[in-house]
Ligand binder design. Structure first.
Ligand SMILES: [Zn+2]
Length: 211
């Protein structure tokens, strides 16, 4: 990734509904990635979220997943906590776990018609469950000289990748209020099939919802 090393991020401060936040825009050969922090000078230890864009929920208000709630929750923490360092790495190209917006819509339609879960529908259309690659997040963490991370995530895969790359990781399980029963079942599928950390919490929410 020689080209990226020569490229410094574009940096600016933006007033947001969560407070004033620093935006760091990284330009890679094939994509742009934004990192956002409550601090101009990013230091260890850091509270980190690596977030894949989800236009369907974040722009269009879809209730099928909880991505927008997770994003808002993390932004809120970042804006409110003046003491600690936060970093959000936002992947603009990760729609549908990397298959793109239109393919994601195809997956949704297969789910709707054939009553499949997200794993089965991806498989039905010939996609792997997850097409994302997090190398550029590693690059950005290295750029900021980050070593000590508390990751806000329920995804064991992300934790594994960071551990393998030598980061010192602790995990903050991240349960936000799921926006709908669709989202609850989606989360349960990810917990059961993908080993996500919050299976017990989701099971309780589903039980409560059924009462
Ligand atoms: Zn989503």
């Amino acid at each position: 990734m020689k080209e990226e090393i020569e490229n410094k991020p574009v940096i600016t401060k933006i007033p947001t509904i969560y407070g004033d936040l620093w935006f760091f825009g990284f330009k890679f050969e094939d994509e742009e990635i934004v990192a956002i922090s409550n601090k101009r000078k990013i230091k260890n230890p850091i509270n980190l979220r690596i977030h894949s864009c989800c236009f369907t929920s974040e722009i269009f208000g879809s209730l099928k997943c909880d991505c927008v709630q997770q994003l808002n929750q993390f932004m809120k923490l970042m804006g409110e906590d003046k003491k600690n360092n936060y970093l959000l790495i936002y992947f603009l190209n990760h729609e549908g776990r990397g298959i793109g917006l239109l393919n994601k819509l195809k997956v949704y339609e297969v789910q709707r018609k054939l009553k499949l879960d997200t794993y089965e529908a991806n498989k039905y259309l010939g996609f792997d469950y997850d097409h994302r690659n997090f190398d550029k997040a590693i690059y950005i963490l290295n750029y900021f000289k980050i070593e000590e991370i508390t990751i806000f995530s329920n995804n064991p895969q992300k934790v594994k990748i960071l551990k393998e790359r030598g980061f010192n990781i602790s995990i903050k399980k991240f349960l936000v209020r799921p926006p709908s029963t669709y989202a609850l079942h989606y989360l349960m599928t990810k917990a059961e099939r993908g080993g996500h950390f919050i299976k017990e919490e989701i099971r309780k929410l589903i039980e409560k919802n059924m009462k």
